[in-house]
Design a binder for this molecule. Structure first.
Ligand SMILES: Nc1ncnc2c1ncn2[C@@H]1O[C@H](COP(=O)(O)OP(=O)(O)OP(=O)(O)O)[C@@H](O)[C@H]1O
Ligand SMILES: [Mg+2]
Length: 504
């Protein structure tokens, strides 16, 4: 009876052992059992398939093809302290590919509690390691692109506009170190009085042009700025890319200045004539006084008063003309302000009327009283009007030269009016006219039909960019030969612009 029971127990044990061996073999990870000399004394099927070990091979030989024990060996630690240890390992396969795994060890004790072996279990983490590696490479790639883009790039906190990150170009353009920029408000790069307005603009617009900023040394630079919002881990950020356009603007300014100087040259003879008038009044009065003084003849008080007042007010007139010329010649500082186009037109006429008078060209000006104001640089706007007046004068002269006679009366007519959106200025003359063929070329830089030394072809192209910059337009209506030119300038009304900005 008893014998029979033992046989059943033996059978059960065998079954359990077989089951255990099976499990050991089929577990989907590498399992090895090591003795104290780091020899592998047992291993499962996965290990056998992967490393095909010789009998009695050392673990470091089998796993890593090494000649000596690894530096940081978890098996060694387990033999030492009887505890379980963990490490991340890397090995070269038979086919030369690399496998990454996590190794975990545990002691195997005999019935007396002595550690006789250590079991090591390895889980293959190669796919996730490869992903990690790819992610790292992609991050490095992104970082290198971000850093090597030639334009300054900033990542800003959407709420505060504090700089979270910036690239090398940003440090070069603004002359700060990266550490100086990160953590600083982006608004520090603007002039103090404009920070508030840019706080709103940066958070609401995607493009801002000709932004004035300052470098660390306080030097002003002008940039065009592109802004896009996106989500950084856990917070909304703005990516700001800027392009330094200071050089371009300086060159444009030099070109504008050159064209202005050419216009001044054209007007010089007219202005000289204009100056002659007050000078001759002063000369007459002073000559009269001198004669009286030399002859020791008395002058009555009333005459003396009239003469001195005449001299005084003609000195004022002469200095007004000179001041106006000076102002016109001054370099524009590109500042926009509220201006009344009628006033600017009057300035242009004052400078130019003598030119037209001597050439018998009538100037007709019909202005809308209380014309709405516009936002512009007054100096630039005056330059636009003078460009048109010079062109009309030349066109009338060209017509006269072509016809060989002066036929009828010539005039330049200027009308100012407004509609709901714009102030409109029409400039019409009785000159040579503008044919359909050249009407789409006249705004191109350096297009001129005037002889060498007479025109540079810059007047209309500069005028076009001025007006376009303030949101307006210039149009020309083509005409038949000698039928005169018809230009329309539209400029947005200041009250409209302010209303639209307020509503945004
Ligand atoms: N009122 C006009 N009537 C006829 N043609 C005109 C008139 N205004 C401009 N044009 C034509 O357009 C061309 C370009 O004008 P624009 O003012 O740009 O240059 P420009 O007068 O030739 O030279 P600049 O103004 O630089 O001295 C002129 O050469 C002329 O052919
Ligand atoms: Mg011109």
């Amino acid at each position: 009876m008893i014998k029979e029971t033992e046989t059943i127990k033996d059978l059960d044990l065998k079954e359990v052992m077989k089951e255990y061996d099976n499990l050991f073999d089929l577990v989907p990870c590498l399992i090895t059992v090591h003795d104290r000399d780091y020899r592998i004394i047992k291993y499962n099927k996965e290990f056998k398939d992967k490393f095909a070990p010789e009998p009695g091979t050392f673990c470091y030989e089998a796993y890593k093809d090494r000649k000596r024990k690894c530096e940081n060996c978890p098996v060694e630690k387990t033999f030492k302290d009887g505890k379980s240890h963990y490490s991340e390992e890397k090995g070269v396969n038979k086919n030369n590919s690399t496998t990454y795994w996590i190794a975990k060890t545990a002691p195997i004790k005999n019935s007396k509690g002595e550690i006789v072996a250590a079991v090591e279990m390895n889980l293959d983490i190669t796919p996730s390691k490869q992903l990690e590696e790819q992610l790292k490479q992609s991050e490095e790639r992104y970082f290198s692109i971000f850093n090597n883009i030639p334009n300054p790039l900033f990542v800003l906190d959407y709420e505060t506009l504090v700089i979270i990150d910036c690239n090398i170009s940003a440090t070069a353009a603004y002359q700060y170190t990266r550490d100086n920029l990160i953590g600083r408000s982006f608004l520090d790069l603007f002039n103090a009085d404009e920070r508030e307005i840019f706080f709103t603009k940066i958070r609401s617009l995607s493009f801002i042009d000709k932004v004035k900023q300052a470098t660390k040394q306080g030097r002003n630079i002008y940039v065009d700025m592109w802004i896009s919002a996106y989500k950084y881990p856990e917070k909304k950020v703005l990516l700001v890319a800027s392009t330094d356009i200071t050089r371009r603007l300086e060159t444009e300014q030099q070109l504008i200045q050159a064209s202005k100087m050419a216009t001044l040259g054209v007007m010089a003879s007219g202005v000289a004539h204009e100056l002659n008038q007050p000078l001759s009044v002063i000369k007459t009065a002073s000559g009269f006084l001198l004669k009286k003084q030399r002859k020791q003849e008395p002058i009555d008080d009333a005459t003396l008063d009239t003469l001195i007042s005449k001299m005084d007010c003609n000195v004022d007139r002469a200095s007004n003309i000179i001041n106006h010329m000076r102002q016109f010649a001054r370099k524009s500082n590109m500042e926009l302000e509220l201006v009344q186009p009628n006033d600017i037109l009057k300035n242009a006429f004052d400078l130019f009327s003598q030119q037209l008078k001597v050439r018998e060209i009538e100037l007709v000006w019909e202005q809308e009283q209380r014309l709405p104001e516009v936002i512009a640089d007054p100096g630039q706007l005056e330059q636009v009007f003078i460009n048109f007046l010079v062109n009309s004068r030349d066109a009338i002269e060209e017509k006269r030269d072509g016809l060989g006679i002066k036929e009828g009366s010539d005039a330049i007519r200027i009308y100012t009016r407004s509609n709901e959106e714009n102030v409109i200025i029409e400039i019409i003359d009785t000159g040579i006219g503008i044919s359909a063929e050249i009407s789409d070329k006249i705004f191109e830089p350096f297009f001129t039909t005037k002889g060498v030394g007479k025109g540079t072809g810059l007047g209309l192209s500069i005028s076009y960019s001025f007006i376009e910059e303030i949101g307006g337009s210039i149009e020309v209506r083509p005409s038949a030969e000698n039928k005169g030119a018809f230009f329309t300038i539209s400029i947005p009304r200041a009250d409209r612009i302010m209303k639209n900005q307020g509503g945004r």
